[in-house]
Design a binder for this molecule. Structure first.
Ligand SMILES: [Cu+2]
Length: 484
């Protein structure tokens, strides 16, 4: 405290201090803290105040992926931790409380702090204890905070990070919606998707080989009914953080262009019209964009295997009227043979036809068809256990009146292509299965690939007494493309 006060005074004599800094701190208020993806409302004050923050560290077993749990160490019970919002010049009185049920001591290093350890040296807190320290938010910007207790990498890898926004006087330009998205990695003993409570794997962390790369602490945390939402015409701001502990994020929203990016979370508007912005470990970015066309926009780390195979995928669902001028949807789909000369073209056509015959013959060879179906059934079983069994149950029998059965289900077996549609687009409204009416909602399985859907349906159509044809990825593809 004293140190900061003196430092300011000295600074004040040497360089012109921004007017905001010179303003006197007036009054006191309790900080509004929010769980991700929510962000506290913009600050309306035109003067700095004393802001009191109470943040509680909890060590909690929480969901990481379907069937996978992890003992997260959290700032405020969520991963990432609570979002904190203050104004430049505010004097922040910080209380770090470590819940009595914790097994570890923890502390906090806020990158918004000017002072040793960013607060870490003053906030080391044993289980069942509380620490207090204060700082003046000298610099505006979007800052990461994290635990800095040894072994630091492990505390961070276990979920101890979050964001604090220090607004410049006058705030940021107003937008219609603000969201909080933070990327981080998890290093688990088991492979991606391996079920059960997974312990931390130090070896993988040292090698920087994450099992999971996720937004907001879990696979699917921003997917389906947890997707971010907006309406056509609105302006969106994402406060993007990267907790690391190791990887850089190439943050991208598929189908959108960032109108403005405050790179690295600074307050000078440095870039416009950006496709992908780099968010370093322990760093941030603020991205603003307007949504003009309805649909689902996918948030990814454009290191794409992280997105599609390790979990770094979220969704922004935009509702509103279509705009065919800005985006037409698919208008034409026809064969294209390039600039092949007529002779070459004939050869190409012949080859394609022959190749098709080979495929056809392979398919019709009973042994090969049976083997490839068996592979699909085994692969599909894994998909089923991760994505379907929580509702339709491991034995496929469903739950009376709530989840229809798939085992010996007339509805499923009657129409193969219809069942592809159910998995791709979901199903709601009344449906009769084996003479019993159901009226629930099956969510569309948006994260599954064409192969996964083909496999899972081949599995359900050939298990628990069901016997049917295999479903191919091509069939899924054509159903997927039908409506677009
Ligand atoms: Cu910690």
């Amino acid at each position: 405290m004293l140190w900061v006060g003196v430092g300011l005074l000295v600074l004040g004599m040497l360089v012109p201090v921004p007017r905001s800094m010179a303003q006197e701190v007036r009054g006191q208020e309790e900080a509004v803290l929010t769980d991700p993806p929510a962000v506290p409302p913009p600050i309306q004050r035109d003067y700095p105040t004393k802001v009191v923050v109470h943040l509680e560290v909890r060590e909690l077993v929480q969901h990481l992926a379907d069937g996978v749990e992890y003992t997260f160490w959290t700032f405020g019970g969520t991963v990432p931790g609570k979002f904190i919002r203050v104004r430049q010049g505010d004097q922040v009185e910080f209380h770090l409380n470590n819940h009595p049920s914790s097994k570890m001591p923890h502390n906090i290093d806020l990158h918004a702090v000017t002072g040793p350890g960013g607060g870490a040296t003053s906030s080391f807190t044993a289980p069942g204890h509380s620490s207090q320290f204060s700082f003046t938010a000298l610099n505006p910007g979007l800052y990461v905070y994290h635990c800095a207790t040894a072994p630091v990498g492990m505390h961070v890898a276990n979920g101890m990070y979050g964001l604090i926004l220090v607004e410049p006087p006058g705030g940021l330009p107003r937008v219609d919606r603000e969201y909080y998205v933070l990327q981080s990695e998890l290093y688990t003993r088991g492979r991606y998707g391996e079920e059960g409570l997974q312990p931390f794997d130090l070896e993988k962390a040292l090698d920087e080989r994450p099992t999971y790369v996720v937004f907001n602490g879990a696979v699917g945390a921003l997917v389906g009914d947890k997707a971010l939402t907006a309406k056509v015409g609105e302006t969106i701001r994402l406060f993007v953080g990267n907790g690391g502990p190791n990887l850089l994020s190439s943050f991208h929203v598929i189908g959108e262009i960032f109108d403005a990016v405050y790179s690295e979370g600074g307050t000078a508007l440095v870039q416009r019209n950006v496709q992908t912005t780099l968010v370093p470990a322990g760093g941030s970015a603020i991205v603003d964009f307007r949504v003009e066309v309805p649909g689902t926009y996918i948030l990814v780390d454009h290191s794409l295997l992280r997105a599609f195979n390790k979990g770094a995928l979220g969704m922004l669902k935009v509702e509103g009227p279509e705009n065919r001028l800005l985006y037409s949807g698919k208008e034409v789909d026809e064969t294209y043979l390039g600039e092949q000369a007529p002779a070459g073209m004939q050869a190409a056509q012949k080859i394609a036809a022959l190749e098709q015959q080979v495929q056809q013959t392979i398919k019709q060879t009973p042994a090969i068809a049976r083997l490839s179906k068996e592979i699909q059934v085994e692969k599909g079983k894994r998909v089923y256990m991760q994505h379907c069994s929580m509702c339709h149950q491991a034995d496929g029998k469903g739950l009376p009146t709530v989840f229809p059965p798939l085992a010996q289900a007339d509805y499923l077996m009657a129409d193969k292509i219809r069942s592809v549609g159910v998995v791709l687009r979901g199903l709601s409204g009344s449906v009769a299965v084996n003479g019993q009416a159901y009226n629930g909602v099956m969510p569309p399985q948006l994260v599954l690939s064409n192969d996964q859907i083909a496999d899972v349906l081949t599995f359900v159509r050939n298990t628990w007494g069901n016997a049917g044809e295999a479903v191919t990825a091509d069939e899924v593809r054509s159903v997927r493309e039908e409506r677009q």
